[in-house]
Design a protein around this ligand. Structure first.
Ligand SMILES: NC(=O)c1ccc[n+]([C@@H]2O[C@H](COP(=O)([O-])OP(=O)(O)OC[C@H]3O[C@@H](n4cnc5c(N)ncnc54)[C@H](OP(=O)(O)O)[C@@H]3O)[C@@H](O)[C@H]2O)c1
Length: 349
């Protein structure tokens, strides 16, 4: 069912591209009539090239490509996906692996894939990439999913930035995968994060990574520093984001790049979830929809344009967190959620 809807989403995107090409051709004809045919041909070429996943996010300064990227970065809550600026489709709800043991990670991944999740977020530093790989293999071996239907994210740890190529190989080995859908740098580290990012760019060209991005870049200038020194625009930025820290400034900054925000600590993180769950506004909205506070917060993330990756090792919670596609928050409820922003981070890193 989800596969069919994802295919319908892809068909829609292809139709949009065809429409854009037709539009570009019409522009080309009319510009040629005005004596500007070279400009028209360049835009058309760019538009066609933007269908090529690997090249899509390499910056070429074309205004038309930027417009195309922006349009594609909008969330589709029918398919539960977003089109990244890399040209790859990414699920907007997934499961997070922070603080899970190898066996917990294996089970959580398996339960999540059984429930319909297709996005998994782990990291080298979580020490559970092998468990994630085992959970994926179990689900594939049982015929629940195919590899190409799953979107796996891992993160390069800061100690590995001087040898990014080896870090990528190590993650591939531990995850037991031929390619990783998204690898992100775990933290900003100005002394060598550009080198690490370049290693990821090389791996994209080799087909080992599909998309690449960043995590824990909280200042626009810091994000731009890395963008200016590299070729492939980050597909995604993963930062602490929840109702009390809505990351509005960074989200606004990311728009120009077609980079999407992904929320870590989407429910506030371990030790903080009850504060959010018991928040008066969130509790009231939950009651009105007959949903739990966790479901309201997760639905808010998606409607606010944040990919959410709630962490859990509890089978019931994992199922509950996925049951958020059968209701919608009203504009008024979204405004009330927006008003909860306190610019308050729970973590200190
Ligand atoms: N890039 C970074 O630096 C960074 C940092 C932190 C996290 N992350 C990523 O983001 C993911 C999410 O963050 P997180 O796991 O730390 O925090 P979180 O998702 O905000 O919260 C996880 C906590 O919520 C509980 N929980 C989950 N669903 C629940 C439900 N329906 N009802 C009640 N409790 C529920 C979990 O307990 P149970 O296990 O009992 O369900 C766990 O204690 C991580 O797993 C990781 O993949 C990235």
């Amino acid at each position: 069912m989800r596969k069919e809807s994802r295919m319908a989403g892809k068909a829609g995107i292809i139709m949009k591209k065809i429409a854009a090409i037709v539009l570009s051709c019409m522009m080309c004809i009319s510009l040629a009539a005005c004596g500007s045919s070279d400009k028209g041909r360049t835009d058309t070429d760019t538009e066609i090239r933007s269908g090529d996943a690997a090249e899509n996010s390499v910056r070429d300064g074309s205004a038309m490509e930027t417009a195309d990227v922006k349009e594609e970065s909008s969330f589709n809550l029918e398919t539960g996906t977003v089109m990244l600026n890399s040209g790859y489709e990414m699920p907007v709800l997934g499961i997070g692996m922070f603080r899970l043991s190898q066996s917990e990670a294996e089970n959580s991944v398996y339960w999540a894939l059984s429930d319909g999740y297709r996005l998994i977020d782990t990291a080298k530093i979580y020490g559970n990439e092998e468990g994630v790989g085992k959970g994926i293999k179990r689900a594939i071996d049982e015929g629940l999913v195919k590899r190409e239907e799953i979107f796996v994210t891992t993160k390069m740890w800061t100690d590995d930035y001087d040898d990014g190529t080896e870090a990528i190989e190590a993650s591939l080995r531990k995850l037991n995968l031929d390619y990783i859908d998204l690898m992100i740098l775990h933290h900003s580290q100005p002394e060598n994060d550009v080198d690490a990012y370049k290693a990821m760019e090389k791996a994209v060209k080799e087909g080992k990574l599909k998309s690449i991005g960043l995590s824990n870049y909280y200042e626009p200038d810091d994000f731009d520093r890395l963008v200016k020194a590299t070729e492939i625009t980050p597909a995604l930025l993963q930062n602490e984001t929840h109702p009390y820290h809505q990351s509005m400034k960074m989200k606004e900054h990311l728009k120009q790049y077609g980079t999407v925000m992904e929320s870590w600590f989407p429910l506030g993180g371990r030790g903080n979830t009850q504060r959010l769950f018991e928040d008066e506004t969130i509790s009231e909205i939950a009651k009105a929809h007959g949903k739990t506070s966790a479901q309201i917060i997760l639905r808010w993330h998606l409607q606010a344009g944040n990919i959410a990756i709630p962490g859990s090792s509890n089978e019931d919670h994992i199922q509950e967190n996925y049951e958020i596609f059968d209701f919608e928050l009203t504009d008024e409820e979204m405004e009330r959620m927006t008003a909860l922003d306190k610019d308050e981070r729970f973590a200190s890193y």
